[in-house]
Design a protein around this ligand. Structure first.
Ligand code: ADP
Ligand code: MG
Length: 206
């Protein structure tokens, strides 16, 4: 069964004279890695945002057609109503951090889940290990490299154990080595954890 379904989806932003997305249809099976490619301005972020309802609930604009995520219609579900299914990692992780330290940031994503402190500590450990950043646990987020910050942002989203992770150009601010580390971490999620990943990228060589 498809975990994400777009049925003739259109998005037109307020004041725009043409649609940013027009008649977009696809069905994404669980466990796939889906790459969204295209030059800047082609609508990659718009498509990604439509998956968890950022578009149109936070961006404004008009959504046509239908987006279903695990059967939930995003026209009637806001991003927080979809957070247990879709984790969204924005392009600039520093802007989305809500705490100052690595382990606090990862724990924050779990606090809504009502886990016991012991279960929560265990899951923070596992998630940091999975992303290869266990050694950074107590470091301030501001001191990390771009690649490390990006992996913390992914770990923070994984904490809620979503089935889909959406990443908007996760390597855009990174040098080639850091980019490789982040993409290797993403590959692990798909192959070892069985997550469905949607990733926008404009540098195909990566
Ligand atoms: P990409 O991620 O491929 O660079 P975007 O989805 O960000 O593309 O943008 C596609 C088009 O939609 C651009 O013309 C951009 O200016 C416009 N756009 C994107 N977000 C908004 C918004 N929140 N409000 C109005 N226009 C937007
Ligand atoms: Mg974009």
């Amino acid at each position: 069964m498809a975990v994400i379904e777009f049925d003739r989806v259109g998005v037109t932003y307020a004041g725009a004279d043409r649609a940013t997305l027009h008649e977009v249809s696809f069905a994404l099976p669980e466990g796939d890695l889906c790459l969204v490619i295209g030059p800047t301005g082609s609508g990659k972020s718009t498509l990604l945002g439509a998956i968890n309802g950022l578009v149109p609930h936070f961006t404004g604009g008009t959504l046509r057609g239908r987006v279903l995520v695990e059967g939930r219609d995003t026209a009637r579900h806001r991003p927080r109503d979809l957070a247990d299914v879709v984790g969204f990692v924005a392009q600039n992780p520093m802007q989305s951090f809500v705490t100052d330290r690595v382990e606090d940031e990862v724990a924050y994503g779990m606090e809504q889940l009502g886990l016991s402190p012991t279960a929560m500590r265990k899951r923070v450990e596992e998630t940091l290990d999975l992303m290869g950043i266990a050694g950074l646990r107590r470091r301030p987020l501001a001191d990390l490299s771009g690649g490390q910050q990006q992996r913390v942002a992914i770990a923070a989203v994984l904490a809620a154990q979503p089935r889909v992770v959406v990443l908007d150009e996760p390597t855009s601010a990174l040098d080639p080595t850091a980019a490789q580390d982040v993409l290797a971490a993403v590959t692990t999620l798909v192959h070892e954890v069985g997550l469905t990943v949607v990733l926008a990228e404009h540098r195909l060589e990566r």
